[in-house]
Design a protein. Structure first.
Ligand SMILES: O=P(O)(O)O[C@H]1O[C@H](CO)[C@@H](O)[C@H]1O
Ligand SMILES: Nc1nc2[nH]cnc2c(=O)[nH]1
Length: 275
């Protein structure tokens, strides 16, 4: 296993800042780092033993900087199981963030909408998850310093942060929907019959990431918010073919709205932390 403590300490020393929040930016959503001030990039390839990012729309680096006045670190590119990584490596950034002393995590992703009240381009908050990948990143010896062997999973996101963001958006006349995200291993998209069965299981969105990250973040008690950009309706709903190019294009199209919601998520966080 990587020595997260050693890597985290040397990154913080070299960069000269201690982030308070970490962001994981999903497919096509990496543009948020353009808003970072005084930023420094660290490529995953510069970190010995760290996995490499291979997906289009995921550039494979950490960006450190000030974001809405908060010292932050963002991942431009996450690790997916379908890339061939071990499940423990998929969540290695979470434990690295924890060792940097970070307690807040904002996860973002692109997903397919199963819930027919959603529409492409909409941003939905993840309220719960279904681990259909049946891989658990906590498999193997438990690192007691991070968390317990059998973590409770009754709420994988921070309900206070979510409620405050919902209230904030509501004040501005916007509704923030909440839904259940189901994880498939990918990399193929789903068949229409699979989507019908996921709907029956209670899923609102489908994607190939996020669930392992939420399990690991919950394990080490990070307070997490997860925002999903519904880039397309899931297979079979609109009778159109799915492509990753379209996913990235839609994520780019909603840039302003996404940036606005993330900005408000950080504003309410500052209010919560100041109280
Ligand atoms: O979840 P993110 O990384 O945003 O990416 C989503 O988009 C890709 C498929 O288009 C898959 O990797 C899926 O998980
Ligand atoms: N599995 C899956 N991942 C996605 N990422 C973006 N859209 C989709 C989708 O429809 N299915």
């Amino acid at each position: 296993m990587l020595n997260y403590f050693q890597i985290a300490s040397s990154m913080i020393r070299d960069i000269g800042m201690k982030p308070k929040i970490a962001l994981i930016l999903g497919s096509g959503l990496g543009y948020l780092t353009c808003e970072f001030q005084n930023s420094t990039a660290v490529y995953y390839s510069q970190i010995p033993g760290f996995p490499a990012s291979t997906v289009q729309g995921h550039s494979g680096r950490f960006i450190f900087g000030n974001f809405h006045g908060i010292p932050s670190v963002a991942m431009e590119g996450r690790f997916h199981f379908y890339e061939g990584h071990e499940i423990r490596d998929v969540v290695s950034p979470i434990y690295l963030f924890k060792e940097m002393g970070i307690e807040r995590l904002l996860i973002t992703n692109a997903s397919g909408g199963i819930n027919k009240t959603y529409s492409p381009g909409e941003i939905v908050a993840i309220r719960d998850i279904i681990n259909l990948g049946f891989r658990n990143p906590l498999r193997g010896p438990n690192e007691e310093k991070f968390g317990v062997r059998f973590p409770d999973m009754s709420s994988v996101v921070d309900l206070e942060w979510l409620a405050r963001l919902r209230e904030r958006l509501c004040r501005d006349g916007h509704e923030l929907k909440e839904g259940t995200y189901i994880w498939t291993l990918g990399p193929s998209y789903e068949s229409p019959s699979e989507i019908k069965s996921f709907e029956f299981l209670g899923a609102d969105m489908v994607g190939m990431s996020t669930v392992p990250e939420l399990i690991a973040a919950n394990h080490c008690r990070m307070k997490t918010l997860a925002l999903s950009c519904v880039t397309n309706m899931a297979s079979g709903i609109l009778k159109e073919k799915l492509s990753h190019d379209d996913v990235v294009r839609t994520a780019n199209r909603i840039r302003h709205r996404f940036s606005d919601i993330v900005g408000k998520a950080l504003e309410v966080l500052k209010e919560i932390d100041d109280e």
